[in-house]
Design a protein around this ligand. Structure first.
Ligand SMILES: NC(=O)C1=CN([C@@H]2O[C@H](COP(=O)(O)OP(=O)(O)OC[C@H]3O[C@@H](n4cnc5c(N)ncnc54)[C@H](O)[C@@H]3O)[C@@H](O)[C@H]2O)C=CC1
Ligand SMILES: O=C1[C@@H](O)[C@H](O)[C@@H](O)[C@H](O)[C@H]1O
Length: 334
């Protein structure tokens, strides 16, 4: 079966997904797009030779749309995810599922009312080969329990509309989800350290910052978020176990040796660094939709990450350690 896709908010991320669906991902066909900016919907529809819907409601309820991809910006996700659930359609929603835990709770309530999991969240790092190898080593028990994880999330620059809290709920949310998945447990507290700020940032930003998280069993995760580092899209991770250390492969690129020395290319954006992960996550989602099954990170994962973000954002605006507040997992997500 070819899954007929409707996409809401085909901007940078959405069109990157569409290009992969057109070239390297099997089993999906775009039938139409909608965007709050009708000019963008028209341009993208012409580019891909599909329908430009007048509204997300028209797209979601169109009988030719089997499944919905939501790639608009975070605060807009909730309404369209819930409308898709009510229409009984499977949804792939880019991260964050929604910017707050309250909004994610409303999405989970809609899914529970529908009685089945329909939502997959685009936490693509779970599909990255390096992270998967790291998890396999940890799960094998060969380096004992995870004691600490040191992460760094560096972007070359961010635009001026990047808000002060986005460092946590738009950027660090990747490490928050990946660490929950890697360690297999929830976080209980968050703290934010605020080092000297780079002169290369917009005035309203604390850049860099270090988000320090603790899990239920006491594993400590620190995440350096530095979104104006200038030199590249650099994602680093070192897990310290009881009897060994495992680090993320550097950039997933070949290493070059020449008269200058030994070096490798630094990727400049998420699509370059996580290309393979994006392909794998969407391929797995389309395969599951074709079987009418749920797969991948669920609305619960979106909610749990949002709870940690909420605590992190509170810790960013006030000093000290903030407790992560999270409901018990509803039976649908057990
Ligand atoms: N997994 C990853 O590494 C990345 C994920 N993202 C996520 O993808 C999503 C989109 O980000 P970008 O493509 O970078 O943004 P973008 O600004 O390039 O595209 C967003 C599009 O959504 C449209 N839009 C905004 N509000 C809307 C609404 N209410 N209804 C319909 N359309 C609406 C905009 O007009 C625009 O065309 C965000 O949730 C972001 O967090 C973005 C970059 C990387
Ligand atoms: O998800 C992403 C963006 O939305 C976010 O703004 C960036 O900081 C991340 O590196 C990128 O992967």
């Amino acid at each position: 079966m070819t899954v007929r896709i409707g996409m809401i908010g085909p901007g940078g991320m959405g069109q990157a997904h569409l290009d992969r669906i057109r070239t390297v991902i099997a089993g999906g066909e775009l039938v139409g797009v909608s965007d709050i900016d009708p000019g963008n919907a028209k341009r993208v529809a012409e580019k891909y030779g599909v329908t430009a819907f007048d509204s997300s409601a028209d797209l979601i309820n169109d009988p030719d749309v089997d499944a919905v991809m939501i790639c608009s910006y975070g605060p807009a996700h909730e309404a369209d995810v819930i409308a898709s659930i009510k229409a009984g359609k499977r949804v792939f929603c880019e991260k964050p599922l929604a910017p707050t835990a309250d909004a994610c709770e409303r999405i989970m309530a809609a899914e529970q009312e529908a009685g089945r999991k329909l939502v997959t969240v685009g936490f693509m790092r779970r599909f990255d080969e390096s992270y998967r190898q790291m998890k396999a080593i940890l799960d094998s028990g060969e380096i004992g329990e995870a004691l600490m994880v040191h992460c760094a999330h560096r972007n070359p620059t961010v635009p001026e509309h990047y808000t002060w809290d986005a460092a946590i709920n738009d950027t660090a949310i990747h490490e928050i989800d990946t660490m929950r998945w890697l360690l297999g447990e929830e976080f209980v507290s968050a703290r934010v350290d605020k080092p000297k700020k780079t002169s290369q940032r917009f005035e309203h930003l604390q850049d860099p910052l270090v988000l320090v998280l603790t899990t239920q069993s006491g594993t400590r995760v620190d995440d350096e978020v530095f979104v104006n580092c200038q030199y590249g899209y650099d994602i680093r991770c070192e897990l310290v176990g009881e009897t060994g250390v495992v680090s993320l492969g550097d950039q997933n690129q070949v290493v070059r040796r020449d008269s200058v020395g030994q070096h490798n290319k630094i990727t400049m954006d998420h699509n370059e660094r996580f290309w393979g992960a994006f392909v794998a996550e969407v391929q797995q989602w389309l395969d599951a939709v074709a079987r009418d099954e749920h797969t991948g990170p669920s609305a619960w994962d979106g909610y749990a990450a949002a709870c940690v973000c909420d605590a992190g954002v509170r810790a960013l605006s006030a000093d000290g350690v903030v407790a992560v507040e999270m409901m018990d997992k509803p039976a649908l997500y057990a």
